[in-house]
Write a protein that binds this ligand. Structure first.
Ligand code: AMP
Ligand code: MG
Length: 328
């Protein structure tokens, strides 16, 4: 069986996945940087990745019951992401590629989220709602590229939730804690911020922090943040489905873990007679299997990389990437 190894290190997670060229996941191990208070300091996260990288590799090989000699391709997250973290992943990938004489490919992290979603959910040509820590984008494949139809004008959805959580002392990651508190909350009015196909979160977070300082119930604020943010995303996703005439919505990225978000999108899709799918939690957040799978798609389509000159691309956008492995 031909196997690829993928290394993810764009932000909080250091992950290694091992995937067969047929798309079977043999291992998907990761270590995640967390804090009790405060957020992510890039240098501290990079230090974390450096410390855990050998352990994660060992775990992944053990899980897949293979050795490095069984690997035919190595891919790593080239960007977008935090430069100090990307460098740890790239250098590790280069060391392994050199040591074991294996071809190496740099991968766009966002695209890998899309294609692992398609692999897992068997979607062919959906509108993607991609909601992670840093990213919030409504994407669809059109004219040879994954085009961004709408996006956040400031923070990513996950980071917006994390920012509020940090400010009110909930620690990192904040999204799951907000979801839990929201279950006990009631609606308080917040601003609603959709501009064309784009959304913005930071003004709403500022208002929410103000409400917290005015001693409004934290559960109510959490509930209202979720209802507002998710309604905004349902609105633009619905418009993207209508514009592109596609009939599937696929939710990807770490915030896909949120049950309330899934419920709201499911209801919207039902009304439009579109199908709604969310990537399962193991593959929604950052992990190495998606990097390995995207490596396989690009390698099979003829992509080659020069180990000597390959570098990180901290600011590469989804629509910067020419798609040569897809034929819709
Ligand atoms: P990613 O960058 O794709 O790994 O996603 C990480 C982001 O997802 C972080 O900002 C988390 O706060 C957020 N997240 C994880 N679980 C949930 C949840 N249940 N509800 C909302 N956000 C979440
Ligand atoms: Mg991500």
């Amino acid at each position: 069986m031909k196997l690829a190894l993928g290394i993810e290190s764009t932000a909080h997670s250091f992950g290694i996945g091992i995937v067969s060229f047929k798309g079977e996941i043999l291992a998907n191990e990761k270590e995640v940087f967390t804090t009790k208070h405060g957020g992510m300091i890039p240098s501290a996260v990079a230090e974390h990745h450096e410390k855990v990288k050998d352990k994660v590799l060992k775990q992944a090989l053990k899980k897949a019951k293979i050795t490095m000699q069984d690997i035919s391709l190595i891919s790593f997250s080239q960007g977008p992401g935090l430069s100090p973290c990307l460098i740890i992943g790239m250098n590790f990938a280069k060391q392994l590629a050199e040591k074991y004489n294996i071809p190496l490919i740099g991968i766009n992290h966002c695209i890998a989220h899309l294609t692992i979603g398609d692999l897992m959910c068997k979607t062919k040509d959906p509108v993607y709602l991609y909601v992670s820590g840093v990213n919030t984008q409504i994407i669809a494949f059109a004219g040879g590229k994954f085009r961004i139809f709408g996006e956040t004008l400031d923070l990513g959805l996950g980071n917006a939730l994390d920012k509020f959580a940090r400010e009110v002392g909930l620690g990192f990651p904040g999204g799951p804690k907000i979801e839990k508190l929201a279950k006990e909350g009631k609606y308080i009015e917040l601003p609603y911020s959709v501009k064309g196909m784009d959304v913005s979160f930071s003004g709403i977070i500022t208002k929410a922090i103000k409400l917290f300082k005015e001693n409004k119930k934290l559960e109510d604020i959490c509930f209202s943040i979720q209802e507002t943010f998710f309604a905004m995303l349902a609105e633009v996703s619905e418009r993207a489905i209508a514009h592109t005439d596609k009939n599937e919505l696929l939710l990807i990225g770490g915030v896909a873990a949120n049950k309330r978000l899934c419920k709201m999108l499911e209801l919207m899709c039902k009304d439009r007679k579109a199908s709604f799918k969310a990537v399962s939690l193991d593959y929604a957040g950052d992990q190495g299997a998606m990097i390995a799978w995207q490596g396989i798609l690009e390698y099979n389509a003829g992509r080659k990389e020069n180990l000597k000159i390959v570098d990180i691309k901290p600011y590469e956008r989804t629509d910067d990437v020419m798609v040569n492995w897809k034929t819709i």
